[in-house]
Design a protein around this ligand. Structure first.
Ligand SMILES: [Zn+2]
Length: 157
């Protein structure tokens, strides 16, 4: 059986925090506000995977409790990967798009993909991370925050 899932996440900028995307700390840029490290990419991917497997969402599985305060979202992905495997699912591929006017992600993309691939224990060829802007429109265009979307395909025997 093959199943697809999608994820969407948004956080507003908070310039008192570091910017963490797919586990990579991006220098010289405002960070994002949130309970954990506010890693929009990891959150969108986690929700896509959970959705594909029909296992709920990260809000329910990783509540805003002390355990996850300022936690690395790669830990959330690690848990999501384990949960999927324990339910008999294999991750076929993940594709995520970061939506923001800045920063330029090209210099960080390889490390971002490495982190996601390690956290999920899947080959990096199965992970794709892209970036786009909204041409100055909307909340991302105004520089109020960042969004990320993701789709994931999972298979089971
Ligand atoms: Zn989030």
């Amino acid at each position: 059986m093959m199943r697809i899932g999608q994820g969407y996440d948004v956080h507003q900028f908070d310039d008192t925090r570091p910017l963490v995307l797919a586990g990579v700390t991006i220098p010289d840029h405002a960070g994002l506000g949130g309970h954990s490290d506010a890693d929009v990419v990891s959150h969108a991917i986690a929700d896509a995977l959970l959705g594909a497997a029909g296992l709920g969402d990260i809000g329910a599985l990783f509540p805003a409790s002390d355990e996850w305060k300022n936690a690395s979202s790669l830990k959330i992905l690690l848990e999501v990967g384990r949960t999927l495997r324990s339910e008999g699912w294999e991750i076929s591929n993940v594709d995520s798009t970061v939506i923001a006017e800045s920063p330029k992600l090209a210099p960080f993309r390889d490390r971002m993909i490495d982190n996601i691939s390690e956290a999920l224990s899947v080959d990096r060829a199965r992970i794709s991370i892209k970036a786009t802007t909204t041409d100055g429109l909307g909340f991302t265009g105004r520089g109020q925050g960042m969004a990320a979307v993701a789709v994931a395909l999972v298979t089971s025997a």
